[in-house]
Design a protein around this ligand. Structure first.
Ligand code: FPP
Length: 243
């Protein structure tokens, strides 16, 4: 991995965001139900989180359930919700011991109170950890996030806490779910689809994208390393011209 000329850190992405796609196809290819693929997908998360420090990745954000995923069959939605509950209960200790700080983004209103409690507890348990910041997007949609943020911003204007003329590009991000996170440097989508599906719309304005054919349950730490390495060789100009 090339070194950042200004520090000892690898010149890779500091914040990687992943659209974990392809669980259903992975299961179907094995003649198994879609939920089998989601369980296999959940198992990949630990290896990927643990590999982050090796590649200088400090922030990892993963798309676990979108605001559109409620349109799936009741069996699949219920299975995914049960998987999230089990995952959080089972992985909490290991994530904490690994020094991972876990946060959740997305709208909690539609989620089961038992799941919300587990999410709150995991955020509380890991709140002083700093090795890796893992953010799990659950009932998350970029448009929904911007709409919710705008509603809160409008309320602050109505309450006289904010003047409309002071609203600029720096204002809205303070109302987004991701307010304390840096923008993603690299967004990866597995399974061969080249679209962003409402993920981190505001935040990924200048992100690099990698669309790879690997189905999420086959994604490995080595593949993350390869993509981070590729990122280090790119020249990001943020709209400016290099002199
Ligand atoms: C997309 O694959 C994947 C999802 C909608 C769910 C993502 C969930 C996981 C990887 C498992 C759990 C994660 C955590 C944090 C416990 P798809 O079903 O759309 O696959 P397909 O495109 O092949 O049908």
């Amino acid at each position: 991995m090339p070194k950042d000329p200004h520090s000892d850190l690898p010149a890779g992405p500091r914040h990687v965001a992943i659209i974990m796609d392809g669980n259903g196809r992975w299961a179907q290819a094995r003649g198994r139900p879609r939920l089998f693929g989601h369980h296999a997908g959940a198992k990949r998360v630990r290896e990927v989180v643990e590999a982050c420090p090796d590649y200088g990745v400090k922030y990892l954000t993963i798309f676990a359930f979108s605001t559109e995923n409620w349109k799936r069959t009741q069996v699949e939605v219920a299975g995914l919700m049960s998987l999230f509950r089990r995952y959080i209960s089972k992985e909490a200790r290991a994530l904490d011991e690994e020094g991972v700080r876990v946060r959740f983004i997305g709208d909690r209103v539609r989620l089961d109170p038992k799941l919300i409690k587990l999410m709150d507890n995991l955020e509380e348990l890991t709140k002083t950890n700093e090795k890796v910041h893992l953010t799990i997007a659950l009932n998350y949609g970029g448009r929904d996030e911007v709409a919710r943020a705008t509603k809160r911003l409008a309320q602050d204007v109505a309450d006289g806490k904010l003047r409309p003329e002071d609203v600029d590009e720096e204002t809205l991000p303070k109302y987004l779910d991701t307010q304390v996170l840096p923008d993603p440097d690299l967004v990866i989508r597995t399974s061969g689809e080249a679209r962003i599906s409402n993920f981190l719309l505001w935040q990924s304005a200048y992100s690099e994208y990698e669309f790879i054919d690997t189905l999420w349950p086959d994604f490995t730490a080595e593949e993350l390393g390869r993509l981070c390495q590729g990122f280090g060789n790119r020249d990001r100009r943020f709209g400016a011209v290099k002199i």
